[in-house]
Structures are given as structure tokens and as C-alpha cells.
Design a protein around this ligand. Structure first.
Ligand code: SF4
Ligand code: SF4
Length: 335
């Protein structure tokens, strides 16, 4: 079954980057230490900040990420604190190296998902993007997590550098025992913006035609293999209504320097809507991302047009041929 997952006012999604440090240096890494900070947050601060975002009246979902969050020695304590505070779900995003024996220090009842990043179905493609030996370590990590009783999802960030291997993912994931598959679109920010500026003719993002002929069929193939698959809508069909999550949904992207964004596409710029100052959440002054959420343009998402407008095609009359959806609008295909 396929459905568009529209934004809900009944949940809050907290994407908490507890550090920006990482053992890898992936080609498309969106972390920008100049904008996001370089220090690891200490455990007490993470726990204090978690309380700022939990809402007891809503389903509160926490995604812990980095950098590589398992490099943080306080991660097990952070997970347990999140449960005590009342977060309904806790996910740990990881590159698969699983530092600090994390699987031995948290329980499957405490972590809803370990979410592993793989950007190729083969070591050749994955390791070209993520670094030598990464495919082997990541798939080993997936096997260990599943053997330890944890639910596992995989995130595949599609670009022109790995799109050809996306169809190989469903059988790979089925063989590994993965239950959930996130197909992501590469954002032109952080290191991707640098990489793309050096590519002469081959943009990293797929055209509408290629995206639509590739991604939905692979998602159905994965669902047929028993794996729930989620991918961003990216391109709105005629008649579909554009909506900005920044206006209607509760999503927070938190960084170690205290910046809190509502829109991930803004993260390369000091456009964050809020800042955490002395453990209090403070709204930032004008102009910030929230001022842009209210603008209406024929292309759909304003910030997409500003930061990665290469994915928009225009007709001879100068009008866009389609609208770009909010990057947080997802399609979900269930088994
Ligand atoms: S994409 Fe993730 S794993 Fe890769 S360098 Fe960035 S933070 Fe590390
Ligand atoms: S991606 Fe665009 S539509 Fe979505 S929250 Fe950001 S500005 Fe709004």
C-alpha cells in the first residue's frame, strides 16, 4: 500500500545532533562544523535540552545523530534519559561502526531503531562515497544489531553517483533482515555543495524523470520483499497542494552550538529560527527561516529554489513545469 504521509500536528520530531565529530568523511556529508559547532555536547546538556522539546500532549519522536553519535560516550545515558523524559520513540542514526560497544549498553526495548547509512549496494560504490572499508563495517554492524534483537533500518541517499545501484538494495536488505528502508534525496549542502561545484556536467540530484522512473518502483520492490519503505516526494504532481512543514509541523533540527532549525535545507546558513541560550529556547530575530516559510512562489519550496534550484525545470513561458514539495513530505510504501 502506498500513501503520502502528510504533516501531522500530533507529533513532534526532534533530530538531535549531539556532536559533529565523525570517524568518516563522506563525500556528501551535510554537517558543516563552521555553522553547527565542533564541540561534543556534554551528556547533562543533551539531557537538559531534550526536556525543552518533549511535548507530553503529542507523540514525541527522538532521532539521535551526529557526526557519528556512537562516538559520544554518554549515548546510552542519553537514550535512557530520553525514555525517562517520555519520548515515545528513540532512533539512533549511525554509519555502522558502533563505537563504545553501544549494542551492549542499550536494550532493544529502549531503542526503536538503529538506522544505518549505506550509499551503495556494493563496496565499490558505497566506499567511493563513504570511505574504504565502510561497506564491510556497516553490513557487519547491521548483522550484529539484528543478532542483538534490535530493529534496523537503512538510509540510502540517492545521487547521480549511486542511483544505478538502488535497484540492488531490496534483495540486499532482505538478506540482511532489515525491516525499514529510507530512500533519501541528496541535499546540496555541506560537502555536497563543494563536490557539486567541481562537477562539470553531472548534477548530484536526479532529474524528475529519472527520480520518478527509479525510486517509486524500487520502493514497491522493497515493500514486496517485506520492507516498509519511505522516500521523499520531491516533485508535486499537477493538482497536488504545496505545503511547508515549517508552518504546520513540529520538526526541530538541533546542533551542538545551540542552533535549532525548523527546515533542514537552511542548515548551511545562520537562518535558524531558534537558539538555545543558557538551556532556554530563544527565538532568533529577523530575518530567519520562519520568515521564508510564509512566502508563496510558483516553484513551491522557497528555500529549495534558493539553495538547490537546479532540480526545477522551466517551460518556454518561464513558468516552472512542476512544484518542488517540502523536503519533509514523504511517500510510504507498506509491505
Ligand atoms: S555523512 Fe555521517 S557518517 Fe558520513 S562523514 Fe558525515 S556525519 Fe560522518
Ligand atoms: S523544505 Fe521548504 S517547504 Fe519544507 S520546511 Fe523547508 S522551506 Fe518549508
Amino acid at each position: 500500500m502506498q500513501k503520502t504521509v502528510s504533516f501531522t500536528r500530533n507529533s513532534v520530531n526532534v533530530f538531535f545532533h549531539i556532536l559533529t565529530r565523525c570517524n568518516l568523511r563522506c563525500r556528501h556529508c551535510y554537517i558543516n562544523p563552521g555553522q553547527h559547532g565542533q564541540a561534543d555536547l556534554d551528556t547533562d546538556t543533551v539531557v537538559d535540552w531534550l526536556s525543552l522539546f518533549h511535548q507530553s500532549a503529542k507523540k514525541s519522536n527522538l532521532i539521535l545523530l551526529g557526526g557519528e553519535p556512537t562516538l559520544h560516550p554518554g549515548l546510552p545515558e542519553i537514550v535512557k534519559a530520553a525514555r525517562r523524559i517520555g519520548y515515545d520513540s528513540v532512533t539512533i542514526d549511525t554509519n555502522g561502526y558502533l563505537f563504545n560497544d553501544i549494542l551492549d549498553k542499550v536494550r532493544p526495548a529502549e531503542v526503536d531503531y538503529f538506522s544505518f547509512s549505506l550509499d551503495g549496494a556494493t563496496p565499490e560504490t558505497n566506499d567511493r562515497i563513504r570511505g574504504a572499508g565502510c561497506y564491510a563495517r556497516c553490513t557487519e554492524g547491521i548483522r550484529k544489531a539484528i543478532a542483538g534483537g534490535f530493529a534496523v533500518s537503512v538510509i540510502y541517499t540517492v545521487s547521480s553517483e549511486n542511483a544505478h545501484e538502488l535497484p540492488l538494495m531490496p534483495p540486499l536488505l532482505k538478506g540482511l533482515g532489515v525491516r525499514r528502508f529510507f530512500i533519501q534525496v541528496i541535499g546540496i549542502r555541506g560537502r555536497s555543495a563543494e563536490v557539486e561545484s567541481h562537477l562539470a556536467e553531472k548534477p548530484l540530484q536526479l532529474t524528475k524523470t529519472r527520480w520518478e522512473s527509479l525510486v517509486p518502483p524500487v520502493a514497491r520492490q522493497a515493500a514486496d520483499a517485506g520492507i516498509a519503505t519511505i522516500y521523499p516526494k520531491v516533485f508535486l504532481a499537477p493538482g497536488e497542494t504545496f505545503e511547508c512543514a515549517g508552518n504546520v509541523a513540529d520538526n526541530y533540527f538541533i546542533f551542538p552550538n545551540g542552533r535549532v532549525y525548523r527546515c533542514p535545507l537552511c542548515e548551511d546558513y545562520p537562518l535558524h529560527a531558534m537558539t538555545i541560550v543558557s538551556d532556554r529556547l530563544v527565538r532568533t530575530g529577523k530575518i530567519n527561516e520562519a520568515d521564508l516559510f510564509t512566502l508563496s512562489i510558483p516553484e513551491g519550496c522557497v528555500i529549495n529554489k534558493l539553495v538547490q534550484g537546479g532540480n526545477i525545470e522551466y517551460g518556454e513561458n518561464g513558468e516552472p513545469r512542476y512544484q518542488i514539495a517540502c523536503c519533509l513530505l514523504k511517500e510510504e510504501v507498506s509491505p
